[in-house]
Design a protein around this ligand. Structure first.
Ligand code: COA
Ligand code: AMP
Length: 636
């Protein structure tokens, strides 16, 4: 079918308020908006001002009331524990209502923050929805972060309570969460009053008397009593959640998501972007700790009345490279959404797709990829193996849904390999040079979005309008800076090439090299350091650290490497995948003392090296290249 994309995009551009008012009709409001967009509120305006609503009601209750009570809402599939469980919408409502009652009993009120530090278990989704039900603001922290990262988030969000589990499970090891949580609370200046702990059979958590409560005990009793505090009415502009994401320093940024705009945009995206109808099965193979998990494991599929899969496992090794295909065929998955790195991992283990042939995948219509650049080789391999369209799309934690994509629901546009296709309705995407002037098609520049951002995008950072303005809005007045560089071709196709800041993308996870440098610099023997992201066949990028030792330090490099790697793992977490540390005599710098990280990356990735004219001592580049060679790092 011919794509309606251009007509729909033009319709939005001609009258954005009418476009979003129409999309908002799909949501049940307590009170509709006075203004679809109010440019006088907030930092750059607010969506659906005057409206009141409840996100949990729209994601759960209205489906129970509207005929989906017995339809599967969440299918928990956990190859890592060998268990599965399906929750119908009615069962989901009972679980969420009971947990909401427990949170209320423990003193959580509208506007209070609740940190959710959980692995991929259904209770993580219940926790998010239970917070939404009573108007509390959740902040999910990914399980692969260390205690210090959790402590930073506790201090910023100041949660009344924390919901956690006794452990997460990674291939070959059980990660006890409780010692990490206790360590984080010890470290944080702000002390949450209470913790609710889900005891899993793989590890028992030691409880702190008077502070820690047992999830199964309290929620079980509330469920048995049929308790339900009901849905608290909140303003559409009230925060639904805070999700921390890497910034250019070690202090993460608290991305704020509102209730109303978030529901409208996510619900719109299910049908129009992903081409998914209510009742169909949608699977985002990510983690609830990331934005993809928030938007497309929990909120969007449930808002749209779909069945969502909550998968606790890995693309390979749980137990094999056929896991994804088993899940798709067993649960009748219509669309899979994952990161390219997952497909690279599968391709590496099963290049000929032997496992694919073992399963009936007729139900699968589309594969969506995001989180990092989808390399054409991986896209083509997936297309060949699965025989379905493979759709790259580009977005950020800040936006909650795709900035650019190929809207199969409106009719698929031709795929151009290496491009996540075109701007979604709601986003006026432009490419500017450093002085803020539009560049010609095909020319590399800063990718920006003309304000206002569409519904669901962040209105600000938690308690920090100033950082929001300084980090995103000031460099290009009137525009939101995505911090991605790339170009647009003459048909409006975008190509996302690199970050313009020191964020790197490791296996679809966004990490700050600045944050890692802060950790390395804290080692007593380190005088100065640099961390760069270097190309990696599996993970896209991995971090590599270079340290200069303090004068007089004379220790074996292997010993130091072990300590530095351990330090990053301990302070940031295993998810940083920091495994390369090298001792160097000097770092290449400009005459004004700026470390030439970009040039070091070019050396590591075997790219043509553009030696900056301002370099202080070009000989250092040769030394760095030599060090990389002796350590077998990069393609230098
Ligand atoms: N809790 C604790 N530790 C975790 C964790 C969690 N929730 N998630 C990951 N880790 C650990 C891993 O065990 C690993 O530890 P190790 O260094 O001891 O091996 C480390 O963090 C790095 O994890 P990861 O980047 O996931 O690498 P991996 O080598 O374990 O697996 C892939 C590689 C490609 C299979 C994996 O990265 C993957 O499935 N990626 C999908 C990407 C994704 O979901 N992105 C989300 C955005 S869409
Ligand atoms: P996160 O906030 O963790 O989702 O990371 C967002 C960043 O990941 C973006 O700013 C991009 O740098 C990168 N990214 C996400 N999706 C894509 C994509 N489809 N193509 C290229 N880069 C992407």
């Amino acid at each position: 079918m011919a794509s309606r994309y251009h007509e729909v995009y033009e319709g939005w551009k001609n009258d954005p308020a009418a476009f979003w008012a129409e999309a908002a009709k799909e949501i049940d409001w307590v009170k509709p908006a006075d203004k679809v967009f109010d440019g006088d509120q907030g930092v750059y305006g607010r969506w659906f001002s005057g409206a009141t609503c409840n996100t949990c009601f729209n994601a759960v209750d209205r489906h129970v009331a509207g005929g989906r009570a017995d339809q599967a809402a969440i299918i928990y599939d956990s190859p890592i524990t060998g268990s599965q469980r399906t929750y119908s919408y009615a069962e989901l409502k009972a679980e969420v209502a009971a947990l909401a009652a427990v949170l209320s009993d423990l003193g959580v009120e509208k506007g209070d923050r609740v940190i959710v530090y959980m692995p991929m278990v259904p209770e993580a989704a219940f926790a998010m929805l239970a917070c939404a039900r009573i108007g509390a603001i959740h902040s999910v922290v990914f399980g692969g972060f260390a205690a210090k990262e959790l402590a930073t988030r506790i201090d910023d969000a100041r949660p009344k309570m924390i919901i956690t589990a006794s452990c997460g499970i990674e291939p070959g090891r059980v990660i006890a969460y409780k010692p990490l949580l206790d360590g984080a609370i010890d470290m944080s200046k702000y002390k949450p009053e209470k913790c609710l702990v889900l005891q899993r059979e793989q590890a028992a958590a030691t409880m702190v008397e008077g502070r820690d409560f047992d999830y199964a005990e309290l929620v079980g009793a509330a469920r048995a009593a049929g308790r339900d505090p009901g849905c608290t009415t909140v303003a559409a502009t009230d925060p639904l959640y805070i999700l921390y994401t890497s910034g250019t320093t070690g202090v993460p940024k608290g991305v704020v998501r509102d209730n109303g705009g978030h529901m409208v945009a996510l619900n719109w995206s299910m049908k129009n972007h992903y081409g998914i109808e209510p009742g169909e099965v949608f699977w985002a193979a990510s983690d609830v700790g990331w934005v993809v998990g928030h938007s497309y494991i929990v909120y969007a599929p449930l808002l749209a009345g779909c069945t969502t899969i909550l998968f606790e496992g890995k693309p390979v090794g749980t137990p094999d490279a056929g896991t994804f295909w088993r899940v798709i065929s067993e649960h009748n998955v219509a669309a899979l959404f994952t990161a390219p790195t997952a497909f690279r991992a599968i391709k590496k283990e099963d290049p000929n797709g032997t496992f694919i042939g073992k399963y009936d995948l007729k139900c699968l219509r589309t594969l969506f990829l995001a989180g990092e650049r989808a390399d054409p080789d991986t896209i083509m391999w997936a297309e060949r193996m699965l025989g379905v369209p493979v759709i790259d799309h580009w977005w950020q934690t800040e936006t909650a849904w795709a900035i650019a994509g190929n809207p199969v629901g409106l009719g698929q546009l031709p795929v151009k390999y290496g491009s996540p296709t075109v701007a979604m309705p709601g986003y006026d995407v432009q490419v500017l040079d450093d002085a803020g002037h539009a560049v010609k098609p095909g020319t590399l520049g800063n990718i920006v979005v003309k304000l206002p951002l569409p519904p669901a995008c962040l209105p600000t950072l938690w308690n920090n309008d100033e950082r929001f303005k300084a980090g995103y809005l000031e460099e290009f007045p009137g525009y939101y800076k995505t911090a991605d560089a790339g170009f647009m071709d003459d048909e409006g196709y975008l190509f996302i090439m690199a970050r313009t800041d020191d964020i790197i993308n490791v296996a679809g996870h966004r990490l700050s090299t600045g944050g890692m440098e802060e950790v390395l610099a804290s080692h007593p023997d380190v005088a100065e350091c640099a961390v760069i992201g270097i190309a990696d066949k599996l993970k896209g990028q991995v971090p590599a650290g270079f340290v200069v030792l303090k004068a007089g330090v004379d220790r074996p490099e292997t010993e130091l490497q072990k300590e530095l790697i351990g330090l990053v793992r301990d302070k940031i977490g295993p998810v940083a995948a920091f495994k390369i540390a090298m001792v160097v005599a000097r770092l290449p710098k400009t005459r004004s003392g700026k470390i030439l990280r970009g040039t070091m990356r070019q050396i590591a990735d075997g790219e043509p090296v553009k030696t900056p004219a301002t370099i202080d001592d070009p000989a250092i580049l040769g030394e760095i290249a030599e060090t990389m060679k002796t350590h077998g790092v990069g393609s230098a």
